[in-house]
Design a protein around this ligand. Structure first.
Ligand code: NAD
Ligand code: ZN
Length: 389
């Protein structure tokens, strides 16, 4: 089959590789009908995720048709059309039982690699390095889905692939970003980053009762999407100081909750931007935490920070004094896909939201390299790329 293989920073290639096989009785094999490039794939593409090996198949946001099932698969049958959570969960451990799917104890065979860094291992993720299980990714014609009864969710025929595909990752991530804000009536939620994750966070914040949503980015067409699709008031941080603007827009109080939908490759400005870029490039710092620093300082006293942007390692110059003295709550994590997916499919079916609008580019899988370049540099007004195997 054809698959997108990683060969180093800024080097992905569409190659012919062996077809996946059932390895465990709880596996299913999926024929991928649509897959996409996530902001998280860019961290791999840019070479910031450790433990990648040349030839690894990448990609984790996908849907498709079940073509084979293992002998212990109970809920799925051949021919089912499913959307799959990017996070792999066993469904039986303490974490999965409590719907904390990205913390699964059993789905990451390489959790020993994480333990020295994280203390405990976390769940496996499709196509997301050996640290996260070494699973083959889904930017491919076929993919093996472990614990398929839990991760692959059958979807209604009347919805299109474009409407359903973001429910594999970007939409539940955005929803969880809003959910972690513990939104109360009257709350103002600020969202950093107007990519797919940020846009879905904005809509989800309203679904959960936010009074106002303010979005921060610098790319004009993304800010426009935040206004139109996200129903947000917007701040272009290259034109005004985002912290000052937030204070002014919230009557001097600051937003009640701040969501990071940017992550470790945040664009920084001035001396601070230069500092992080230089330290990250020589690996003295693994992540560029501009957004986190700004959220801590901008957030209202007693407010909540919800961090969905991915961080990988060690962060510098964090204003913990401000966070501590302001009594902020930090919540974060890889998303709990299986918890949110059925509810989000339901909302799409009821017409509450049409996730397909994020797809600005449709490309055949063979043109994945071009897709990565367009999405990375946000060329040609790109919000999100759909790849068709
Ligand atoms: P994206 O690259 O499309 O969007 C990121 C946006 O952030 C861009 O529009 C960029 O202009 C903006 N940005 C950069 N620096 C900024 C700054 N200093 N202030 C404000 N905005 C800034 O990516 P995406 O697909 O929307 O993903 C966003 C983040 O969410 C990534 O870090 C990705 O890894 C993460 N993610 C996490 C999960 C999870 O389970 N936690 C799942 C999916 C994606
Ligand atoms: Zn589990």
């Amino acid at each position: 089959m054809k698959a997108v293989c990683w060969h180093g920073a800024n080097d992905v290639r569409v190659e012919t590789v062996p077809d996946p096989k059932i390895l465990n009785p709880r596996d299913a094999i999926l024929k991928v009908t649509a897959t996409t490039i996530c902001g998280s794939d860019l961290h791999i593409y840019d070479g910031y995720i450790p433990s990648m090996q040349a030839g690894d198949i990448i990609g984790h946001e996908f849907m498709g048709e079940v073509v084979e099932i293992g002998s212990e698969v109970r809920k799925l049958k051949v021919g089912d059309r499913v959307v799959v959570s990017s996070i792999i969960g066993c469904g039986q451990c303490r974490y999965c039982q409590h719907q904390k799917w990205s913390l699964c104890d059993n789905s990451n065979p390489n959790s020993w690699m994480q333990e020295p860094l994280f203390g405990f291992g976390t769940a496996g993720i499709f196509g997301y390095s050996h640290l996260f299980g070494g699973y083959a990714g889904a930017q491919a014609e076929y993919v093996r889905v472990p614990f398929a009864d839990h991760g692959a969710i059958p979807v209604p025929k009347e919805l299109s692939d474009e409407q359903l595909l973001p429910i594999s990752d970007a939409f539940p991530t955005g929803f969880m970003g809003a959910d972690l804000c513990n939104i109360q009536p009257g709350d103002i939620v600020a969202v950093w980053g107007c990519g797919p994750v940020g846009l879905f966070t904005m809509r989800s914040a309203y679904m959960l009762g936010a009074e106002r949503v303010i979005a921060i980015d610098r790319i004009p067409e993304r800010l426009k999407m935040a206004q139109e699709f996200g129903k947000a008031e917007v701040i272009n941080y290259e034109e005004v100081d985002a912290g000052e603007a937030l204070k002014e827009m919230t009557g001097g109080r600051g937003p009640d909750a701040c969501v990071d939908a940017v992550g470790m490759e945040a664009h920084g400005m001035g001396l601070e931007g230069f500092y992080d870029k230089a330290k990250q490039s020589v690996r003295l710092e693994t992540d560029r935490p501009h957004v986190l620093r700004q959220m801590i300082v901008s957030c209202a006293k007693g407010g909540t920070l919800s961090i969905m942007g991915v961080y990988a390692g060690f962060l510098d110059k964090m204003p913990m004094g401000a966070a501590m003295n302001k009594g902020l709550t930090f919540r974060m994590g890889q998303m709990f896909g299986q918890k949110y997916i059925p509810m989000l499919v339901d909302r799409v079916q009821k017409g509450e939201i049409d996730p397909s609008v994020v797809f600005t580019h449709h490309l055949p899988l063979e043109e994945a390299k071009q897709g990565y370049e367009i999405f990375k540099h946000k060329k040609d007004n790109c919000i999100k790329v759909l790849l068709k195997p």
